[in-house]
Design a protein around this ligand. Structure first.
Ligand code: BG6
Length: 497
């Protein structure tokens, strides 16, 4: 008997993209650079972006390497082609579509006093186009795209001044789009703050620090924890503002869930303790944004290491009283954690929790050139863990598979691996919902090919729709439909498999 995987009535089916990886037009219509405009992928380039310190002016300035291709500057030209792209995407029957607004477009430099009306009008059109196809827009406020000026001028989120700039931006977009956008997400994958401080936190990487003690990057731990507090406070303040301005809307946080999907390598208690360390690095953010408190282990760690951030009177109460309405997260892979000789359990994350090893039980997909360890069942595990821990509605903000694909054969791209990935993850998602997890929607990451954030490549393709653009910047940007497009369309039409 064939198994049925029918989803709940009204379940949101869709896909997600982000401004920084699709729009391009990086200096057009008043937009100023954002952090990813000077990077060739976070993994490849996150520590040496195309900026340089000018000793004469005492400022950092853009200095892109002429031998590199900064694909985000062009993206897939979504800024100009959004109408045709949204139409193609809507052709799959999506009931929701997630994208982000570019802060550096709406408030040039991030610190402008007045918003850029051309940009606001642009997003009016984008949102109206999404809605015209019956799709619920889901808007991410910032997706790896802090305005570069905030990093070079103020040292990014380690400076409290960013909280005010962020709130000014939120106030503008909540008022402008609140009547037509019900679902919002604050900071994309903010739990990358400790792992990818430049892209996710926006603290300058080019500065030298003799200590170099924090994950071998040039920040002090104290600055990182200040950036944590500043973003968490900004999150709570934006939630409070949102509830005042958009009483019927829902605002969520957004996590890179894969980093919380960690198994101990064995039942050796040392492996288990190392795994707790590793998971805490991600859970701490949801403990703050969903539950409203800094976990005990973290306050203890601040004390032990002398890195407690400045927290002013009343701020812990603001964080406690303004938690998010729902928990959004991405899921791509799981991890296995093995105790490393010499590792001391520290009672807290932010210390390497052990070595990541392969998982002998997860080998149904071909080895991934980008080392994403695919594990559909791990999706069910993670969803259940989030449901049990936070008791909030859950939203799958991203899930997908990147593949090398070649369109030159003159026939539509056949992508059975993508179809398999989609189906296997949807089955596990369905089972998690049957387990009782309150998941209200699912977004495929990159329904149209876009620039990878990790590797900065165009040739790591997630789309159901192909875009003719390549790592070296060649290609005429034409779009074509892949085989998987029809399968996802069918699944959505059936409200399941
Ligand atoms: C998430 C991000 O980390 O994963 C996206 O929110 C990103 O911006 C996606 O593109 C996939 O990762 P990658 O490195 O393959 O682009």
């Amino acid at each position: 008997q064939q198994l049925q995987y029918k989803f709940p009535e009204g379940f949101l089916w869709g896909g997600a993209i982000a401004a920084n990886q699709t729009e391009g037009a990086w200096l057009e219509d008043g937009k100023t650079p954002q952090v990813t405009d000077v990077m060739v992928g976070i993994e490849n380039d996150g520590h040496t972006p195309g900026i340089r310190y000018n000793a004469e002016t005492g400022r950092y300035e853009i200095a892109q390497d002429p031998d590199k291709v900064y694909l985000a500057n062009t993206g897939i030209d979504f800024y100009h082609r959004y109408k045709e792209d949204i139409k193609l995407i809507a052709g799959m029957g999506f009931t929701c579509f997630r994208t982000s607004i570019s802060w550096a477009r709406v408030f040039p430099g991030g610190d402008a006093m007045q918003p850029n009306e051309v940009a606001l009008k642009h997003y009016d059109d984008v949102i109206d186009t999404i809605r015209s196809y019956g799709m619920e827009p889901i808007i991410t406020i910032t997706h790896f795209d802090n305005p570069l000026n905030l990093m070079t001028k103020y040292n990014g989120w380690s400076n409290r001044v960013c909280i005010d700039f962020y709130l000014r931006y939120c106030d503008t977009i909540f008022r402008r789009y609140g009547s037509k956008v019900k679902y919002w997400l604050t900071f994309n994958e903010i739990n990358n703050l400790f792992r990818r401080p430049f892209a996710a936190a926006g603290v300058l990487p080019a500065r030298t620090d003799p200590d170099k003690k924090f994950f071998d990057q040039n920040y002090t731990e104290k600055e990182m924890h200040q950036a944590l507090h500043n973003t968490m406070l900004a999150n709570a303040l934006s939630v409070r503002l949102f509830h005042k301005l958009v009483p019927n809307g829902k605002i969520g946080c957004m996590m890179a869930g894969s980093h919380a999907a960690v198994y101990p390598a064995t039942c050796n208690p040392d492996d288990v303790l190392a795994t707790i360390d590793a998971k805490r690095e991600t859970y701490l953010f949801t403990d703050i944004m969903c539950d409203g408190y800094y976990p005990y282990w973290l306050t203890k760690l601040w004390e032990k290491r002398g890195v407690r951030p400045e927290i002013r009177d009343g701020e812990l109460e603001i964080i406690r009283d303004n938690t998010v309405d729902y928990l959004g997260f991405s899921y791509y892979f799981s991890n296995v954690c093995k105790y490393q000789e010499g590792h001391m359990y520290d009672g807290g994350a932010l210390v390497p929790g052990g070595a990541k090893t392969t998982n002998e039980y997860c080998n149904e997909f071909s080895p991934d050139p980008w080392r994403f360890r695919k594990d559909p069942k791990g999706f069910r595990v993670l969803i259940n863990e989030y449901a049990d821990r936070y008791h909030k509605p859950l939203f799958i903000a991203e899930n997908g598979i990147g593949l090398y694909e070649d369109e030159s054969k003159g026939v539509p791209i056949q992508d059975p691996e993508r179809v398999k990935y989609l189906e296997e993850h949807l089955k596990q998602l369905h089972m998690a919902i049957e387990d009782g997890a309150p998941v209200f929607g699912y977004c495929w990451w990159g329904p149209i090919d876009l620039v990878s954030s990790g590797s900065g490549e165009m040739d790591k393709r997630y789309g159901f729709i192909y875009v003719d653009y390549h790592n070296d910047g060649t290609g005429d940007l034409h779009r074509s439909i892949k085989q998987s497009y029809y399968r996802y369309k069918e699944i959505i039409a059936n409200n399941g498999l």
